[in-house]
Design a protein around this ligand. Structure first.
Ligand code: PAZ
Length: 350
């Protein structure tokens, strides 16, 4: 099966996300405006994708990504004059509001009541919050930020493909910055249970007709049931995952605008593998930049792996700034932007 056939076979097998048409309409209007204004547009993907275990999903596999990198990078791209399409995992961190998110910096801790019982921002936070608020307002008022959510890995694929096609008129002004942590494994639709997978056997009863579980009684996944209570048998759940089709080459060769720049991320946990895997990805997909990071150090060091010299360049946030700065996004985006600009001056990326 060639790449185009693999694409059709995957996308024809799934219903498009319910919000896709609405997202496409919003993106089309947003992109038209940026084309008119001759602005550069970056599609930032952010956060983790889920892998549902059931069609009517109760349980799913997820990953660690909170969307910090994506949200911080989106802010920095806006600062550098880009318009940003922020394709993110629903409920992950968003540009600007991430500074006051519930998980690390609960917004309530920044507030107080004044003498007249009006709610105010506490004086010590005024300056920082005003700065964030102004930037957020500016981005919104000038139509520079479009925020679109996804949840599952399949939704992510549909959204990425549709947005890349819509970005065609941007040509070399388009940049793809793929920071989302996209699952490598999933359960294909034809093997997915429709209903909630049961953890114990459903007793035979005329009023119960269940097709919730594709596994049959007696499969070797049933284990440890209590002989005295046959209606309460506990089952082991064995999950059989397939690799998610790799569509980066389709983005590079077909979906993305001619001359646009494509930046992917590579996350590893083993330091010995990181640069090798980043290089392999660059060779395999022939895009323009892979930014590698390790799970444990991702907030303060990344490596840029490029087809051209210097091929490998580490960017580190100095130890003294590590508590404040997240991943040194200024440097990171600055460098990515530099490479984008060089390409634009040559009339587009090669
Ligand atoms: O979301 P976060 O800030 O916690 O983590 C960012 C990241 C590590 C997910 C990102 O930098 C990244 O490497 N994304 C690609 C992961 C991968 O598919 O290899």
């Amino acid at each position: 099966m060639d790449a185009t056939e693999a694409e059709s076979s995957y996308f024809n097998n799934y219903p498009p996300p319910k919000a896709l048409n609405k997202h496409k309409a919003l993106a089309r209007a947003f992109i038209d405006l940026q084309v008119e204004k001759h602005r550069r547009v970056v599609l930032v993907t952010s956060g983790g994708t889920t892998v549902p275990l059931e069609t009517q999903t109760v349980r799913f596999i997820d990953n660690f990504s909170a969307g910090t990198r994506g949200a911080a990078s989106a802010e920095q791209f806006l600062e550098n004059g880009y318009a940003v399409i922020f394709l993110h995992r629903q409920f992950s961190l968003l540009p600007y509001s991430r500074h006051y998110s519930h998980s690390t910096n609960c917004f309530l801790d920044f507030m107080d009541e004044d003498a007249s019982s009006a709610i105010v921002v506490r004086s010590e936070y005024q300056t920082a919050m005003r700065d964030v608020l102004r930037k957020y307002r500016l981005a919104k008022q000038n139509n520079l930020l479009l925020v679109l959510p996804f949840t599952t890995v399949t939704e992510y694929m549909f959204e990425l493909r549709a947005l890349a096609h819509l970005m065609k008129p941007l040509g070399a002004n388009a940049l793809f910055y793929l920071a989302a942590a996209v699952s490598d494994f999933f359960i294909p639709r034809d093997r997915m249970a429709e209903h909630k997978i049961q953890s114990s056997e459903i007793p035979a009863h005329p009023n119960i007709r269940s097709n919730s579980n594709p596994l049959e009684d007696g499969d070797d996944v049933y284990t440890g049931y209590n002989e005295d209570q046959p209606s309460n048998k506990s089952k082991k759940l064995v999950i059989d995952l397939d690799p998610v089709p790799k569509f980066l080459h389709r983005l590079v060769d077909g979906w993305a605008p001619e001359g646009s720049m494509i930046v992917s991320f590579k996350l590893e946990t083993d330091p010995n593998l990181l640069v090798y895997k980043a290089r392999t990805s660059l060779q395999r997909y022939a895009h323009h930049l892979v930014i590698g990071n390790l799970l444990s150090t991702r907030k303060w060091e990344v490596v840029f792996v490029t087809p051209d010299p210097p091929h490998e360049r580490w960017i580190r946030v100095p130890k003294t700034r590590r508590s404040k700065s997240i991943s040194g996004e200024e440097n990171l985006i600055g460098l990515a932007e530099g490479q984008h600009q060089d390409g634009q001056e040559r009339g587009g990326q090669e």
